[in-house]
Each structure stands twice: as C-alpha cells, then as structure tokens.
Design a protein around this ligand. Structure first.
Ligand code: C2E
Ligand code: CA
Ligand code: CA
Length: 853
C-alpha cells in the first residue's frame, strides 16, 4: 500500500537548492538596491558638499568685498577728517583694487551659472570702478581748497576786484572833498558819501559774517536771514548811490559822476557774484567733498551694498536649495534603510511561509502518519510534497511502512499459524470457530469439529529425537490436508494435538471422514530410514447438539477424544451423559482440589541467565503434580482443568505463595535472584489479585522488583482493556511483567505499546529449531529488535544448546532460559545447584563458551 498519493515519479527541486537560490536572488536584489541608493546618495552628498564649499568660498569673497567696503568707508572718513594724517587715500585705493579683483573672480565663477549672478557681479565690478573714480574725485577735491569750498573760492577770486574797486572809488571821492580839490555845493553830498561808504563797508562785513557762518555750518535759515539783511543793505546802498548820482549831477566834480557810476557798476557786479556765492553756499554743493559724498559716493556704496546683498541673497537661495537636496539625500538614505529592513522582513516571512508549507506541514503530516501507523489508525494519505528532502522523508516513511507491513504480515501469519506444519494454530481455529458459529446460527446449519491427538507420540520424540518427531508431525499435517475439503480447516493446537473444523457437516458424514482419517494416519510413515506407526484418537462434536460456544465445543471435543483414547476406539462422539461421569471417573478434579489443600503439588525451578555472561538472574517457577495414579500431568493441563472447574485463583495463589516464599528464602541465604511466576488468563479477572500479591510480598518480605509475572500474549489479548488496567496496577507496585509465549498470539504493535510490561519472552517453539530453520531465526531476530524498539528486555526460552545461545546472543537478546543452563528442578535440587555457584558458573562458562572470549 502506498501512502504517496501521487505515484508517478518526479523529481521536485531540493529545498536546499531552492533556499540557496532564493537567498542569492534576494541577496543580489538587496545588494543592488543598496548599491544603487548608496552610490546615488554618496554622489549627491559629494556634489552637495562641493557646491557648499564653492558657495562658501563665494560668500567669503563677498564678505571680503563687504568688509573692504566698510574699510573704505572708515578710511574715507579718516581721510576727510584730516587729509594730512596717515595714508588713508592709499589704503582706500588698495581696498578698491582688491574688491575689483574679488568681483572679477566672482564674475568668472558665476559665468558658468545661469543665475542672474554674473550680471550682478559685473555690475558690482562696474560700481567699484565708478567708486574708484568717485573716490579719486573726492580726494582731489579735498586736497584742493578751491574745489573744496567753491563758494569761498568764488568770493575770494571774483568778489575782491569789484569790492576793491568800489572801496577805492569811495576813497577817491572822499579824498577829493577832504583834500579840497572839490568843494561840493550841496551840503548833503559829503555826509551822503560817507554814509554810503559805511553802507558799503557794512555789506562787506555782512558778507564776511555770512561766509563765516557758512563755515561754522550754521543752518541755512540763519544764512538766508543774513543774506536778506545784506540784500536790504544793498538796496539802501543802491538808493544812496542813486542819490549820490543825482547830487553829483549838479556838482562840477571832475571825476565824481564817473566814479559814482563805476561804484554802481562794480557794486552791482559784486552783489551779483555774491548772489552766485550765496547760491553755492546755500546749496548742497557749498562743500565739494560732502557733495561728492552725498551725490556720488554714498549712492555708489549703497548700490554696492545692494549688489552685495542681492548676490548674497541669491547665494543664500542657492545654499538653501543645496541644503534641501542634502535633506532629500538624507531622506533617500532613510528610505533605503527602510526598504532594506522591509525587504529583509519580507524575506524572513517568505522563508517562514515556505518553511511552514514545505517543511513543517509535511513533516507534521509524516509524523501524524507515523503516529497513526503506530496506533493502527487509518491515516490520511501523504500528499506529494514540493521539496526533495520531504519527498525523501515520505519515501523513507513509505519504505518503513512497507517493511512494517511485511513484518506485521509475517507476524500475523506467524501468530495465526503453526510454524512447524504451517497449519492454522489454536488462535486461528478459535477465530474460525467463532465465525462458523455465527454463520451456522444465521443459516440454521450444522458443523462438526474434530479434536485429535496422536498416540505414543512422546515415545517417538523420546526414542527417535526431536527432529524426527517434528518431521512426523509435518507428515501427519500433510496427510490430514489431503483428507479434507478446501472449506475445511485443519489446525495444529500444539504438540501432537490437531483439530479439524468441518462446515456444513453432519454426524454421519463426519463419522466417514473420521474413519478415513484414522486409516490415513495409522498407515506407516517413512521418515528418513525409519518406518513409524502412530495411532490417533479423534473426539467429535457437532453444532448445535454438542455445544453452542467455542469453549464448550472445545472442552466437549477434548472429553470425547479422551474417551476415544481411553476406550481405544479411534474416534468418539461427545456424549453429554458420559461427560460428568467420565470426568468424575477420571477423578482429576477432586484430586486437584485435594492436592491443592494437602500440598501435594510442587514447584520446579528453571534458571534464567544473562545472555552475555554466566550470571543467573532469576528462576521460573513451574508447576508439578505427580498424580498417584496417572503419574506426571502436564502443568498446562492442570491449569486448564483448574480453569475449567473454577479453582484457578486458588491454584495461582498457591503457586505465588510458594514461589515468593522460596525466592525470599534464597535472598536470606544471600542468593539474590528474582522469581518468575506464570499467571493464567483468568487470573487477570480476579479482582483481588493485586491485593493478594501485595500481601504475599509483604508477608514474605520480598521486594516487589524481585517478582516477575509471566502472562501469555494470547492471555493478555483476551480482554485487552482489562489486562491493561490490571497490569498498570501491578506495574505501579513495582512488579516486573513479562509477555510469555511471545510470537504465538496475535497482538498489534499499537496494543503492545500500551502495555506497561518490562519483558518479552520469545516462545521456545521459535527458538528450538532456529539453527536449522531460517525463518525461525528471522522471527527470533526481528522479535528481539521489536522488543528493544519497544524498550523491553527480551528473554529467549528453549535454549537447549550452545549453538542457540550463540545465535540469540548475536541477535542482541538480553537473557536466556533453557535446558542448556538447566532443566526445571525441585526446590532442594535447585537450591543446591545455586549454592554450588562456583561450580555451576564454571559449568555454565564451559557450556556458553565464554572462556573463549
Ligand atoms: P511456559 O511458561 O512456556 O514454560 C516454559 C516451558 O518450557 C516449561 O515447560 C519448561 O520446562 C519448558 N522448557 C524450558 N526450557 C526448555 C528447553 O530448553 N527445551 C524444551 N523443549 N522445553 C523447555 P512446562 O514446565 O511443561 O510448562 C508448560 C507450560 O505450563 C508453561 O509454559 C506454562 O504455560 C504452564 N505452566 C507451568 N507452570 C505453571 C503455573 O504455575 N501456572 C500457570 N498458570 N501455568 C503454568
Ligand atoms: Ca512461562
Ligand atoms: Ca513458552
């Protein structure tokens, strides 16, 4: 059965390859994004830095120009204050030259830009050139007094001549009279002349005061007042001159009228020049340096400042835009960082997601399938995965599943069949009987069951050996098979006991068949060189007359067989009337009851040893009953009888009591070995079993871990739930639990896993012929592996010789039990054997060959 849904072979890519590819791809993507943004960011940053450096240099130059301008100002002021002190004019000159160089450089630098800076810079240059001219002019005018004060110069240069003329004219006129060269007729003339001359002199002094006030920088208002009073004086003066003219017209002065006319002319000229002086003096131009300053230099420097400011503003705008780019650059870098983090997160989630889908889920479904497998539950099919690794896992699971199935099938076959003859075993017969009971009941049909047992088989085994005995059994099985129909079931129940289930067979037909079987079996067998004759006794029961359940049919067939054997009638039908009678006649039941009470039962002990060495680890207690009449009765028959009549609990209690007492006694003698006691299936149904065992351990003061309870696999399987419950209690008490006759029952792995057992005991039927039968060896080996996988100790029973021990040892078995180490012996012999430990160890060493290691 394939658990892989998609059977067709395909090769999905490896997860590893996929992750490497994905990681490389994403890594490349991340790296290229990072590189892209990084190089962009770096180049932008470099560019921006370069630009900032350039801008700073320009701003520095501009600052130079500005500070030069301030220096120019300061030096001009100092120069104007006192042109003779220091070399301020020269400094100014140098400063302007420097600034012109700066502006030229700026201009060159701005040339490459498209901003309006170049034109502003060249304007700045031109402004500086103009400034140079203007400053030169200023210095010039400051150094030249005439230029410095034009009003004063005008008055000095132009007014003195008419002024002198007028003054001289008055002197001549007055002298003419005073010398007597001229005797005026009019008495008014002379005083008038004097008065007019004094008026003239007043005008001159008024004019001087005006000029003095000008230089004292009096306000224009005062100047205007003074000028007006001069004008008034002049008007009065002109009137007087007119009067003089009129007076002189009537006189016979030789030169008088002409001189007066000259006075009129020259004074007019004088006043006219004064008017010009006044115009200059009351205008801003009265002092040329301040005029140059005001009209030229200050506007120029204002322009220069404005130009500097405008360049500075433009540069600052540029600086702002650069700063903006820097900010954007930083933003880009943080976006980059964010993107990388995002990509990384995406990558991690993608990996998580794909791990979830391609690894975790498939693994958990494989794990679930494994668990389902372990508990034999139907599991959902494993879907073909998307990765090679998981496919390997699924494939490995699939292979394991097949292997387990094969082993389970083998175990199942082994569980349901007798390994020697290959016939169905007791377990399978029971199953078929159950089934037959159901169908026969439903169909109102009858069926018949034969139970038979060979006569004198024990003699064959004892005299001709085990191997011959086995071959004989196989031959018997073959002959039986030829006697029946396909629908019939021939089963071997153990030893020389066989059964045949015959569906739809009535009493008469069965009698014919019994006869023919009898003839077939009693015909001589030739095994090897031997010819062997055996007899057979057949007990016959029919459904429904002889019983309507498996148990009663089997028991009744057993009685019928016993009666056939006893009466030597080859076969016998069950007869209910004979039953009670026969059993009573056998007297076994009463005898067993008696034996139980009068202690005529016995226990034998068989050693269990460590498979590696020679240490005796424990002993199995085996029931013995030597019947006074019937002699040795097989212990399993005694148990069967006790179960049948319902005294099994007492019997088991007796065995437990004696076995625990014996073990405790060994411990007191210093021999610390454990004791194994066999329990019947029905003991598990005894509600006081656990209490009883607890009390016995207490009473004999034996630690619970020294007691092992052996329960057969089929016994545990009869009522699994109950078994688990009881075993759990026993296990919790510290008692060891062993699955006896392992391999002969049919228990699922899932069920086994739930049992709280410590040990698995491989049935001797597999061990005995293991050296000649390969399939037995395989079963033993795989059973040991199975036990170890379940965490159990494994003991092999039926180790009769050193060859078998070697085999189980090589299979890794933990312990062994068998005739090689010792046959079951009574307590006295066994204790004696134990105390001679030194000897028996030597014997054991020899037997197991450990000396050779
Ligand atoms: P078992 O529990 O499988 O016990 C082991 C049987 O194998 C014993 O037979 C033992 O004598 C035999 N044996 C041990 N070593 C070898 C060997 O090397 N070769 C061969 N051929 N046989 C070996 P025994 O004593 O006849 O007991 C038969 C069965 O009777 C036991 O099988 C057990 O199921 C049952 N039985 C014995 N004593 C008790 C008991 O006290 N209580 C219960 N409930 N059952 C018992
Ligand atoms: Ca046993
Ligand atoms: Ca056994």
């Amino acid at each position: 059965m394939s658990l892989l849904k998609n059977g067709n072979k395909r090769n999905p890519p490896s997860l590893r390859t996929r992750y490497i590819a994905l990681t490389l791809l994403l890594g490349l993507l991340v790296i290229s994004i990072v590189l892209f943004f990084y190089s962009d960011a770096v180049s932008t940053k470099r560019q921006v830095t370069d630009e900032l450096v350039g801008l700073n240099a320009k701003l520095n130059k501009l600052d130079g120009v500005r500070s030069n301008l301030n220096e120019i100002y300061r030096n001009i002021d100092l120069f104007l204050l006192d042109p003779t002190q220091g070399n301020h004019a020269e400094v100014v000159h140098h400063l302007i030259s420097d600034s012109i160089i700066y502006t030229r450089q700026l201009n060159e630098e701005f040339q490459s830009e498209r901003s309006g800076l170049a034109s502003t810079a060249s304007a700045l240059g031109e402004q500086h050139s103009a400034l140079r001219i203007s400053v030169a002019d200023l210095i010039d005018s400051r150094m030249d007094v005439n230029r410095q004060y034009p009003g004063l110069a005008l008055s000095a240069n132009e007014m003195s001549s008419p002024q002198q003329g007028v003054s001289n004219s008055f002197l001549i006129l007055i002298a003419e009279i005073e010398n007597g060269d001229f005797e005026p007729k009019s008495v008014e003339l002379y005083p008038m002349l004097l008065k007019t001359r004094s008026l003239w002199l007043s005008q001159i002094s008024q004019m001087r005061i005006y000029l003095a006030n000008r230089f004292a920088s009096f306000s224009n208002e005062i100047l205007v007042t003074q000028a007006e009073s001069l004008d008034d004086l002049h008007l009065t003066f002109l009137n007087n001159v007119d009067t003089l003219e009129a007076l002189y017209a009537n006189e016979d002065s030789f030169e008088g009228p002409d001189i007066v006319a000259m006075i009129a002319n020259e004074s007019s000229e004088w006043i006219n020049i004064f008017q010009q002086v006044r115009k200059i003096s009351e205008s801003g131009k009265w002092r040329s340096d301040s005029h140059i300053m005001k009209s030229n230099l200050i506007p120029l420097t204002d322009d220069i400042s404005a130009s500097i400011l405008s360049i500075e503003n433009l540069l600052q705008t540029q600086e702002q835009s650069v700063a903006e780019r820097l900010r954007k650059n930083t933003e880009t870098l943080s976006t980059l960082l964010f993107t990388i983090v995002l990509l990384f997160l995406l990558y991690i989630s993608a990996i998580l997601f794909s791990l979830e889908w391609m690894v975790f889920r498939p693994i958990s479904s494989v794990a679930m399938a494994l668990r389902s497998k372990a508990f034999n539950i139907e599991s959902p099919e494993l879907v073909v995965s998307k990765s090679r690794e998981i496919d390997y896992l699924v494939e490995a699971f699939h292979q394991m599943d097949e292997q387990v199935n094969q082993r389970e099938n083998a175990l199942e076959h082994q569980a349901l069949h007798d390994h020697l003859t290959g016939l169905p075993n007791r377990f399978m017969l029971n199953q078929r009987l159950e089934y037959q009971l159901l169908t026969s009941e439903r169909n109102q049909k009858t069926f018949t069951l034969f139970l038979m047992d060979l006569d004198h088989f024990k003699d064959v085994n004892d005299s001709l050996g085990h191997a011959t005995g086995d071959m004989l059994l196989i031959e018997v099985a073959n002959r039986l098979a030829t006697q029946v129909r396909k629908t019939d079931t021939v089963a071997r129940l153990g030893g020389d006991e066989f059964a045949i289930l015959l569906p739809d067979t009535g009493r008469d037909e069965s009698e014919l068949l019994a006869k023919s079987i009898f003839e077939s079996i009693t015909a001589p067998f030739s095994i090897g060189e031997q010819t062997i004759n055996v007899g057979v006794s057949i007990g016959i029961v029919s459904y429904p007359v002889d019983g309507n359940d498996v148990m009663s049919l089997l028991q009744h067939a057993d009685i019928a067989m016993y009666i056939a054997k006893r009466n030597r009638t080859s076969f016998s039908h069950y007869d209910a009337s004979e039953d009670h009678h026969s059993l009573n006649r056998l007297g076994l039941i009463n005898d067993l009851r008696k034996a139980l009470t009068n202690d005529s039962l016995e226990l034998n002990f068989q050693p269990q040893v460590d498979v590696d060495g020679t240490t005796i680890t424990g002993a199995e207690a085996l029931l013995r009953w030597n019947h006074p009449l019937h002699g040795f009765i097989q212990p399993d028959k005694i148990v069967e009888l006790a179960e049948y009549v319902g005294i099994i609990h007492q019997l088991s209690f007796w065995v437990l009591d004696n076995a625990i007492a014996q073990c405790s006694q060994w411990h007191q003698q210093g021999i610390s070995i454990s004791i194994a006691v066999n329990l019947s299936v029905q003991d598990l149904a005894n509600p006081s079993l656990c209490d009883q065992i607890g009390q016995l351990l207490d009473r004999h003061q034996l630690p619970s871990e020294q007691l092992t309870l052996e329960i057969t696999e089929s016994g545990m399987m009869e009522n699994p739930a109950r078994s688990i419950e009881v075993l759990k209690v026993l296990s919790s008490m510290g008692i060891n639990l062993s699955i006896d006759d392992f391999g002969t029952g049919f228990s699922s792995l899932a069920y086994l896993k739930q049992l709280p057992v410590n040990e698995l005991k491989i049935d001797k039927s597999f061990v005995l012929d293991m050296d000649s039968d390969e399939s037995d060896a395989v079963i033993v080996q795989s059973t040991i592996n199975l036990g170890h996988n379940l965490g159990l100790r494994v003991i092999a029973e039926g180790v009769e010789h050193a060859g078998l021990l070697k085999m189980v040892r090589s299979f890794g078995c933990d312990q062994a039990q068998g005739y090689l180490f010792g046959k079951p012996q009574d307590s006295v012999q066994f204790t004696d054997w134990l105390t001679r430990s030194a000897q028996h160890e030597a014997v054991l060493s020899q037997k197991v060959g450990t000396n050779n290691h």
